[in-house]
Design a protein around this ligand. Sequence first.
Ligand SMILES: Nc1nc2c(c(=O)[nH]1)N[C@H]1C(S)=C(S)[C@@H](COP(=O)(O)O)O[C@H]1N2
Ligand SMILES: [Mo]
Length: 443
Amino acid sequence: MARRKGIDMKNDNEQKGIYEIYQSQPDTADEKVFGRKSHSDRRGFLKGAGLATMAAVLGGAIPFHRNMPAGMIPAAFAEGLDDVVIAGKDGLIVLNDRPLNAETPPHLLNDDITPTDRHFIRNNGIPPVNVDPQNWTLEIGGLVDNPMTLSIEDLKNKFDVVEQQLVVECGGNGRAFFEPKAKGNQWTYGAVGCSNWTGVRLADVLKAAGVKENAVYTAHYSADMHLSGKEGKLPISRGIPIEKAMGGENLIAFEQNGKPIHPMHGAPLRLVVPGWPGSCSQKWLTRIDVRDQVHDGPKMTGTSYRVPNRPVAPGEKVAKEDFEIIERMPVKSLITSPATNTEVAGNSVTVRGHAWSGDRTVKTVEVSSDFGATWQKAKLAEPANPAAWQTFTADVEFPKPGYYEVWAKATDDQGVSQPFAIAWNPKGYLNNTFHRVAVLVKG
Ligand SMILES: Nc1nc2c(c(=O)[nH]1)N[C@H]1C(S)=C(S)[C@@H](COP(=O)(O)O)O[C@H]1N2
Ligand SMILES: [Mo]
């Protein structure tokens, strides 16, 4: 199990995570952590001993300290996870080993195309073992004129085979930063990847099957086993609206990055529904049914992959009927270089990262090195294809040595930008706040 770095509480000698401290005692959090009260604003307290303490903890003076919002946890502390290594998975952080869940530290996501060994893993159940791609079949059933049973060879022979760079992001990516805490995998930043997927278009297969007029939703089934081991009990069975399923961006994929799909990523066949919660992308895919109602399989109902249909206060109890299914994932960006807590020699650094917005295009990415007081536009590449992430770069200059944070903010083609603060929801979904990395300029 990964753990957060603990902060030693001065008075009660208790080890508490920094997020817990800021949540439970916001007024005294700065005092607990930095030895001096902040009152409503850090400006005052940061002039004196508090500023010196914070600088000592962060490893350098803070030239833009006047802009630092009160109660903001320095990005230097945001990734307090111990490194645990999984075989064949280069540097991923394991959150849970049954089922296996692992995320990728941002600096290992620097490539335009995410290598398979750096793609996060999110399993709800126990993956099938000894799969035989030769005898694997996919059934298309439910409200279709021509139900079909297709082998992987059939898929390759009967349909256009296409290759696309597609973003898969878990709906709970960023959950670790929720206060009050939300139950579930405590993903920080790295439950996202953009690999090159090869397969056939889901839409082409559904068209060949002849979707009936009254079709509303797809239902996805797979060969993994429920954690209880009970025969016939499904760990997860999600679906998507039929209009979404007809988009050309969704693939029934048999290769990731030019190789047969890795066992942890759904070998030998999976859906890739980019820009929607990763849970829509059923791995170890065996059947797709077309239904005349919203699918009600495991993890479709209750509060799974759902958010309140209105803004709620942090910690507010929300009635079940006020939840709605998450559709597209929100606009977001990730700084992949420099890694957080990097020491920079000289007075500038080239910042690099990726930005994406569900199945939309990102129009601008801006970066700030003064806690959001001023922003500069980054250079932003076009997506390789719809639903691929877009790489940005920016040369950022620092006026003098000290502690800085580089923040990134993306805006999509509908004019929607990333927010500074989390839109809290009970299950910890859709955190698309700015990514912040700590940079220590040595001059
Ligand atoms: N059959 C099956 N498909 C699944 C899952 C699963 O547990 N079983 N997890 C889903 C979730 S919640 C996510 S975020 C993505 C993760 O895909 P990856 O493990 O290839 O990164 O797969 C989805 N598809
Ligand atoms: Mo997920």
